[in-house]
Design a protein around this ligand. Sequence first.
Ligand code: DQA
Length: 146
Amino acid sequence: MNILVLNGINLNMFGKRDPKQYGTATLADIDRSLQALATELGVTVQSFQTNHEGAMCERIHQAFHDKVDAVLINAGAWTHYSYGIRDALAILTCPVVELHMSNVHAREAFRHVSVFSEVVKGQICGFGADSYLLALRAAVSAARAA
Ligand code: DQA
């Protein structure tokens, strides 16, 4: 089973950025824990990060052609307004899990809206770096049930 983890705009700055919201783990640390959990679950995880919206859409198109089994996405601020990424995600037929490190519902009003909500299987937020691990477990069980 192949799972793709997508990280969007500004997330390469995890570890340096607003530690109250995002803790101190870097994306590389998160990738290492995802790889460890992937081994435990018997799945393969590939990660991708970009600050360019078009590159994110093209990576999602590639995931469609590659027939990946599930996608995890933390799109950062794009979550709240990118209809382009939403439409790209809607092309996928596999389960998509949206995730956030912070509890977006306890923050500024603009973060309460996800334009992805209608096209994802579900959302996990508020557990810091553990949101990624919870999302991987959720994605694998959704893909196994599909
Ligand atoms: C985030 C939450 C978003 O609102 C914010 O723009 C981010 C990070 C999170 O992981 O908590 O960049 O997606």
